[in-house]
Structures are given as structure tokens and as C-alpha cells.
Design a protein around this ligand. Structure first.
Ligand code: FAD
Ligand code: NA
Length: 378
């Protein structure tokens, strides 16, 4: 007897399953992929032994004490602190844009107030006119020189679209730090799972009340746990794409996807840092990840390294959905899907695909804990 079916074994589904199993419910989890863990999944690169995050670099960070306490039940975390650099016209700058970036770029030695005044003056170029597109929005936020160097080309590559053709609403703020602090995240807690992501994710599902069936698609009527057979019979937590659940009845929601190109190089260290962005459009990829640097505490081989070049574009049918595009049309569709969701009795939609929302890992876990409290056990 199954008390709950969970569709999707990402962090949202795993958190719901673990909490419900711990309260004595029998949980059946399915995933269409051949591994559990959703996009946080990682694997050991066979040629180098280096842990690679298959669906893009995943850095854990949170200021939510409940989530931090919860995740520490399944894994310890290293003291990794995330930092990002960017290459622009043959020169490397620290990111996000901070006092170090500004002074290097303008060949200056400004203090915080002088730098703030400079950026404010450069950002006044539009003279109060409302930005008509993403290009103007960028200029109005940080001024033309910094925008053109660090944001324009990168954004064009992220969307494979000229920023003059993109809506201003894609960027609402461009944080500039008027200190030399280039720590990427501001959260209280940060780190990478000491034994790797997959050990953490598998530990969450390692419970006598949880059964996991992989390579099992919820919309495949040929397998026993499918939508037609289950909905209305057993409560369901669904973390797949919401439009797919309703057969695209209100149209498809748009996503940005990524393409990853993995390469093993015969050098001990390729770039000296985990993430190097490439700001210019002459370089076709947006960034290079070098995975050995996520775990400086590990004794990885010193004669090989594994790098991943990341490319970005609008998703087409069949591509992995990564980031919601969130156009006005998407928001309209989402509103109609929310009405359909409310009408599905005993089906609970969650996670980044089920709610069409970008969620960091700690947000997915936090919202799953809330769903357990407010919808599944109250
Ligand atoms: P997912 O992990 O996507 O899990 C959903 C699961 O549902 C998948 O396994 C999928 O196969 C399954 N599924 C879908 N449809 C079906 C179906 N029909 N039948 C059966 N199963 C189905 N977060 C951070 O905190 N830090 C980061 O640095 C970070 N970096 C990221 C980088 C990228 C490129 C992306 C895309 C995300 C990143 N995230 C990061 C976010 C993180 O991946 C999410 O928070 C997390 O994946 C959310 O978990 P989820 O369970 O909602 O979704
Ligand atoms: Na519902």
C-alpha cells in the first residue's frame, strides 16, 4: 500500500518523501531519469576521478536555520566559499562588480564614495527616460562603460539575442558592491557536501518507507505508476513541468536551457579557479567550470583536470528546462495553470518545474518543508 506518490526525485521531492516517510507514510517516488537527485545530481568523471555536477555548478548556501539544520542530517559541508571571475578583452576582473572591478576597469584608486558618485553619474545618461529595452535598463542601472564591459555581451550570449531586442524587465537590478568583498553569496551558511551531492541525495531516500523507481515517466501509461492510474486514487506530489501535466492546455511555458561541453585536459590546473565567466561575444560560451577547484580539500590527480564549457539559449521542445524566461505571456499562462492546479484534487504541485519558478536548493527544500506542514500533514 502506498500513501503518497512523489513524481520527481529532486530536492523538493526528496524532502517531501523523507519527511513523510519519517512520519510513517509509505512513499513511492518515480523519476524519468536513470538517477535520483534531480538537477543537483553529480557524478565522478571516469578519466580523472573528479566530481562533476552534471546539470551545472551547484553551490549550497542558505540563511534559513531550519533548512541548514535539516540538510546537516544527511551530509556535512566543506568550508568552500564561492567566488567568480570574468575575462573581458584579455583581462581578468573579480565579480560581482565591486570596488576592485571598478578600480581595475577605470585604472583608478577610488574609495567607495567616489566610485558610487562615478557610477551614479554614468547611470544618469538616460536623463530619467524609462528604459525601453534591456540594453537601456543596464545603462540606467550601472552606466554604459561597466554595462558594456561586463553585462551586455554576457547577457547577449545567455539569451542568444541582442539585448536591444530583450525586454527591460529581464534585469531588475545589477548589484554593485562598493567594497572589495567579492564573496559571491551573502548567506550565513555556505559549503559543498563533503562526500559529494549524490551521497547526500541518496541518503535522503535511504529509508525503509521510501521506494524509488527510476527511468519511470509519469505520463507513460505502459508503466503501473502513471497519471491516469494514480491521480484520484493516492495523493500525489508532482514536481515535473506544470504545462506538461496539463498536456500544454494553456500553451507551453518558456525556459532557457544550457549546453555543456566537457573536456579532460592533460594539465594539473587549467584556470586556477572554479568559475571563469567570458564577458565578450567573441567567445561563444558564457563560462568555463573547472570542477577540481570546488574541492581543494580532496586529493585529486595532479596531472589531469576536467573543464566544462557552458553555453546558453532558449529551450526548444525536448531540451532540459533550466531557467524560467517569465515573459508577460508566460505569466498569463501560469495564472491559468494555477487555476487548473487548484482543481486537481489531492495533487500538490511543487519545486521549480511544478511552480515555474527559479528556486535555489535551499528554497526548494524550504518550500517542501512548508508543503509537508501546511498541505500534507495538517
Ligand atoms: P529538479 O531537481 O529539477 O527535480 C525534478 C525532477 O523531476 C527531475 O529529476 C526530473 O527528471 C523529474 N521529472 C520531471 N518530469 C517527470 C515525469 N514526467 N515523470 C517522472 N519524473 C519527472 N541551486 C543552488 O542552491 N545553488 C546553485 O549553485 C544552483 N545552481 C544551479 C545551476 C543550474 C544550471 C540550475 C538549472 C539550477 C541550479 N540550482 C542551484 C537550483 C537547483 O537545481 C534547484 O533548486 C533544484 O534542482 C530544485 O529541485 P526540484 O526538486 O524542484 O527540481
Ligand atoms: Na491541488
Amino acid at each position: 500500500m502506498t500513501d503518497l506518490v512523489v513524481v520527481g526525485t529532486g530536492l523538493f521531492g526528496l524532502t517531501v518523501a523523507e519527511r513523510m516517510a519519517e512520519q510513517g507514510r509509505k512513499v513511492l517516488m518515480i523519476d524519468r531519469r536513470d538517477h535520483l537527485g534531480g538537477n543537483a545530481y553529480s557524478e565522478t568523471d571516469p578519466a580523472t576521478g573528479i566530481e562533476v555536477h552534471r546539470y551545472g555548478a551547484h553551490l549550497f548556501h542558505t540563511s534559513n536555520e531550519r533548512v541548514w539544520e535539516y540538510v546537516n542530517r544527511f551530509t556535512a559541508f566543506t568550508s568552500y566559499v564561492h567566488r567568480v571571475y570574468t575575462t573581458h578583452r584579455g583581462e581578468v576582473f573579480p565579480m560581482p562588480i565591486n570596488l576592485g572591478t571598478i578600480n581595475q576597469f577605470f585604472r583608478s584608486a577610488h574609495g567607495p564614495d567616489a566610485a558610487r558618485a562615478l557610477v551614479r553619474e554614468q547611470a544618469a545618461e538616460l536623463e530619467g527616460r524609462r528604459p525601453a529595452n534591456l540594453d537601456e535598463q543596464g545603462v540606467s542601472l550601472i552606466g554604459r562603460p561597466l554595462y558594456e564591459a561586463f553585462i551586455q555581451g554576457y547577457t547577449a550570449k545567455q539569451w542568444q539575442t541582442d539585448p536591444r531586442e530583450l525586454p527591460a524587465s529581464i534585469i531588475s537590478r545589477l548589484p554593485v558592491r562598493y567594497t572589495y568583498d567579492n564573496r559571491y553569496f551573502n548567506d550565513t551558511h555556505e559549503g559543498l557536501p563533503t562526500g559529494g551531492y549524490t551521497a547526500w541525495l541518496e541518503r535522503m531516500a535511504d529509508h525503509p518507507n521510501i521506494e524509488v523507481r527510476l527511468s519511470t515517466d509519469f505520463f507513460d501509461d505502459a508503466q503501473p505508476v502513471n497519471k491516469k492510474a494514480v491521480v484520484g486514487q493516492v495523493p500525489v506530489v508532482y514536481t515535473g513541468p506544470v504545462d506538461r501535466y496539463f498536456d500544454d492546455a494553456e500553451g507551453s511555458l518558456s525556459w532557457r536551457t544550457l549546453d555543456f561541453e566537457r573536456e579532460v585536459l592533460p594539465v594539473g590546473d587549467f584556470q586556477g579557479t572554479p568559475v571563469m565567466n567570458y564577458a565578450d561575444t567573441e567567445v561563444p560560451y558564457t563560462r568555463i567550470l573547472e570542477f577540481r577547484h570546488f574541492h581543494p580539500e580532496r586529493e585529486y590527480t595532479s596531472d589531469k583536470t576536467v573543464i566544462v564549457r557552458e553555453y546558453s539559449r532558449f529551450a526548444e521542445r525536448g531540451d532540459e528546462p533550466y531557467y524560467p524566461v517569465n515573459t508577460p505571456a508566460d505569466r498569463e499562462r501560469l495564472k491559468r495553470y494555477r487555476e487548473l492546479m487548484a482543481g486537481e484534487r489531492d495533487v500538490h504541485f511543487g519545486g521549480r518545474l511544478g511552480t515555474y519558478q527559479y528556486l535555489d536548493m535551499h528554497m526548494a527544500i524550504g518550500s517542501a518543508l512548508s508543503m509537508v506542514d501546511n498541505q500534507l500533514t495538517s
